[in-house]
Design a protein around this ligand. Structure first.
Ligand SMILES: [Fe+2]
Length: 301
């Protein structure tokens, strides 16, 4: 784990007590209860109240787009494990799980965004970034490096993005070695469902004309509100039940990885917040510098 040991230890103590309390009774309701505390803590992160301007939304999106990209890794791991993506084809072991994953992949990779227009959510997000004037250089450079055959770590290294964003992505990549129930837990809890509220609040502050210009962002948000709340989240919970069953050890591991991924998300938000604050200081200094420069100009008349 990449997080500091101090944080890990402190959280683990409280977590262990809870897990111990439920013992072999660990199931979905206990999983939800235990993971709700760190989840609510994350929802109270100052980043959700911080974004004040389009410039700050841009900074946010320039990092968050990497989380939108790396979410697909979790989904692809599940697709490989729970459906058949190899030849010769073999019938699925669990058709319900296969159905869920295929349905989510269909929408995440090729969602319908207009008449005869299909787009991945990642590209939808990039289009929303473009609309708002965010800088796509780093994410595009990253994708080009991957297309040229570079590994994720190498492709990330030269990018001008916060270190926390790089760490977050590298940590997500470790999911490829996790057990299937751990991947499902990350999938269920690592969804971007905390994002729509934040953007919605921001969109509300814009006037009608500005809102009309944010078409892609609106589609992105609406799709996530519809899909996450109405279908993917309940289906994901069903999948958890099917995969963990009555094995309390699996539920225990699912809780631990969920708490870890929530901590990583907080770590990502801390990095973005730091970037926004740095930008504010820079902006304030620029304004102060301009005022001082104007004041220093001698009056000619
Ligand atoms: Fe999505």
């Amino acid at each position: 784990m990449l997080l500091g040991k101090r944080v890990e230890k402190r959280t683990k103590t409280a977590l262990d007590a809870k897990i111990e309390y439920y013992g072999t009774d660990l199931r979905l309701p206990q999983f939800v209860e235990i993971t709700s505390k760190p989840r609510h803590e994350l929802m109270r992160h100052p980043i959700y109240q911080t974004l004040e301007s389009e410039a700050e939304i841009r900074i946010f999106m320039e990092s968050h787009v990497f989380a939108v990209w790396d979410f697909m890794t979790i989904l692809k791991v599940l697709q490989r494990r729970l459906t058949c993506t190899e030849t010769p084809w073999q019938p699925p072991m669990d058709p319900n799980a296969t159905r869920l994953i295929n349905e989510i992949v269909l929408e995440e990779e090729s969602d319908k965004v207009g008449d005869g227009v299909y787009m991945s959510h990642f590209d939808l997000y990039r289009a929303a970034m473009e609309e708002i004037g965010a800088d796509l250089t780093q994410i595009n450079r990253f994708i080009e490096s991957l297309q040229a055959g570079q590994r994720v770590k190498e492709a990330l290294r030269p990018l001008a993005i916060p270190d926390a964003t790089k760490t977050f992505v590298l940590e997500t990549m470790k999911i490829q070695k996790a057990k299937t129930h751990e991947v499902v837990a990350c999938f269920l809890m690592g969804r971007e469902n905390v994002i729509p509220d934040m953007f919605r609040r921001f969109l509300e502050t814009l006037d009608n004309e500005s809102q009309a210009k944010r078409r892609m962002m609106k589609i992105y948000l609406e799709r996530h509100i519809d899909l996450d709340e109405d279908s993917h989240a309940p289906m994901g919970r069903e999948l958890m039940k099917r995969i963990c069953g009555s094995d309390s050890r699996k539920w225990h591991e699912a809780i631990e990885i969920t708490c870890h991924s929530l901590r990583m998300r907080r770590f990502l938000w801390d990095g973005v917040l730091h970037e926004i604050e740095r930008n504010r200081v820079h902006h304030a200094m620029k304004v102060a510098g301009t005022v001082a420069a104007i004041a220093a100009v001698p009056e000619r008349f």
